[in-house]
Design a protein around this ligand. Sequence first.
Ligand SMILES: Nc1ncnc2c1ncn2[C@@H]1O[C@@H]2COP(=O)(O)O[C@H]2[C@H]1O
Length: 263
Amino acid sequence: MAALKVLQLTDLHIAPRAGELMLGIDTEAYFRQTLKHAVDQHGPFDLALLTGDLAQDPCVDSYQRISRHLSAFDMRCLCLPGNHDDFDLMRIYLNSGKLGCDKRLVLGNWLIVMLNSQIIGSPVGMLAEAELEFLEGTLRAHKRLPTLLAVHHHCVESGSPWMDAMRIRNSAAFLALIKQHPQVKAVTCGHVHQAFAKREAHIELFATPSSCFQFTPQSDDFSLDDTPPGYRVFRLGEDGCLQSEVFRLPIRMDDLDRNAHEY
Ligand SMILES: Nc1ncnc2c1ncn2[C@@H]1O[C@@H]2COP(=O)(O)O[C@H]2[C@H]1O
């Protein structure tokens, strides 16, 4: 069996109404371009992971539009919630054809686990006790499968204090748990709107750029960066090896309001 190819798209921030701008940009148009670029340049994919903040202000219409864009491609997709999302709506409207919100999937000889780090009403991340129990039970039940975990919030410092105040509050418990499971190869997240690759013990920790606007790395306070939208591609080998690379749209973000101080 050849390596599996998995696409990660994150932090779409799709507005409630088509055409509505956020920070000067049409996030939906950038999502469509990012998705098309990924499939054209690196597809077909065995799976796409959408790792949260799919909607900016969640509503039925935003999730239906996301569903339509994804369904235009013949690609299995798994979605998890970020701090902006409504997971109940996602489970209804991102749940048809090859699109779903399942929390685990065996793909080839790999296990994919999708975690929910949302605290409703807060931008901070947290893995509830039940989520950690689910993770531990799943890892115990699939000891022999190399595993990729996906979650919205980051679990290690990104280097931007304003962002790191929002990282998974109980990261220490999460990292202690996964370090006990040698089959866990990597954790990938969104939320930080930038790429990073770090390592804790045997586990690689990735963050992936947003499909719309990016934050400036190593920044004390909120700061927008004009780096273009991006995505991450994983290759999951039959032997348990994992490779990943970030790609970006070959465009300039001239329409981004870089002077905005918040949203
Ligand atoms: N100026 C700001 N300072 C701190 N946090 C902010 C600011 N503007 C927005 N935020 C929050 O920071 C979060 C960054 O990621 P999110 O898109 O999840 O949601 C954002 C807001 O909740």
